[in-house]
Design a protein around this ligand. Structure first.
Ligand code: CU
Ligand code: CU
Length: 318
């Protein structure tokens, strides 16, 4: 090798950057994928997977909607070759996107199949005994035990649920969270709807920060599998931040702007923007149409997070 020569073939300095690193980002950004089948979930299906549970009309005329949610310990391949001992709801990170309509009676049977005590704490308006926190109502649900959380679906909007057992940061960071959508009685306009839960993985368990950042479970997933969008179609993104350890998170879309409905509790947007900032448990609905064809990035505009997994692509098709 003639390292001193200035006359080398240009091709020798533009070899494919298959190993990533440096300006190309971390090595695991190079396109390798995790084994979704072994994980038992795939962020591409999580994206448009809304779990309406089972519903029936009560004699009173009211709709009762029911779900079974099981907590389980599960090793998940969170990046190629990186296995994380997660705690999950229904075997996936994030947990199922529970969806209902304002005013319905909700009944969630929670079964703790994990080796650790857990709960389900919902955001929303409900009785104290249904709050899913230690010492109140059923309190902490021990391994092998179960409970029923029952409350009315209110207020309409985009909410979340998560475990509320201490150490709380770890119980959340291990993967025990999910989106909870309460549709307004009158509904929302037809749209291509999707849910994106922003989160991270503290793979060193030092509680100081995260080594990986993701949307719907797997870092860089939507770089490898872009989200297909139809040009001019209304797109509605239910955006939830459950990120532990870092104080803020954000979402930014390229080549477009969106209407933003914080917490989804109003039908009137508060902002027309291309970037929103969220603290933990903040969430909101983003509505947009893509007028231009082609690939458009979306990512955390906390670029540190973006380069450690929190980025993806929309592919706008005819
Ligand atoms: Cu827990
Ligand atoms: Cu919370």
């Amino acid at each position: 090798m003639d390292h001193g020569s200035m006359s080398g073939d240009a091709a020798s300095v533009s070899a494919p950057m298959v190993h990533g690193g440096g300006v190309n980002g971390p090595t695991f950004a190079a396109g390798a994928e995790v084994d979704h089948e072994a994980n038992g979930f795939d962020p591409t299906s999580i994206l448009r997977d809304f779990d309406w549970g089972k519903s029936r009309r009560l004699p009173s005329g009211r709709v009762l909607r029911e779900w079974d949610v099981v907590a389980a310990d599960k090793e998940i391949e969170v990046a190629p070759g990186v296995f994380y001992p997660a705690w999950t709801y229904n075997g996936r990170i994030p947990g199922p996107t529970l969806r209902c309509r304002e005013g319905e009676l909700l009944r969630i049977r929670f079964i703790n199949g994990s080796a650790h005590p857990h709960t389900m704490h919902f955001h929303g308006i409900h009785p104290a005994a249904m709050d899913g926190v230690p010492g109140i109502g059923a309190g902490v649900i021990e391994p092998g035990e179960s409970t029923i959380y029952e409350f009315e679906a209110e207020p309409f909007g985009l909410h979340l649920y998560h475990c509320h057992v201490g150490p709380l940061a770890e119980h959340i960071a291990r993967g025990l969270y999910g989106a909870f959508i309460v549709d307004p009685k009158e509904g929302r306009p037809d749209a291509d709807e999707m849910v994106t839960v922003q989160h991270g993985y503290n793979t060193t368990f030092d509680g100081l920060g995260n080594q990986l950042y993701a949307v719907n479970g797997i870092p860089f997933h939507y770089m490898n599998r872009p989200i297909e969008i139809r040009r001019d179609e209304l797109v509605r993104i239910y955006l939830v931040n459950t990120l532990e350890y870092d104080p803020i998170n954000s979402f930014h879309v390229h080549g477009n702007f969106f209407d933003y409905y914080p917490t989804g509790t109003s039908l009137t947007p508060t902002e027309f923007t291309d970037t929103v900032i969220q603290g933990q448990a903040q969430r909101g609905i983003c509505e947009m149409r893509f007028p231009k064809l082609g690939p458009f990035m979306f990512h955390a505009h906390k670029t540190e997070f973006a380069e450690l997994g929190w980025m993806g692509m929309f592919e706008v098709l005819r």
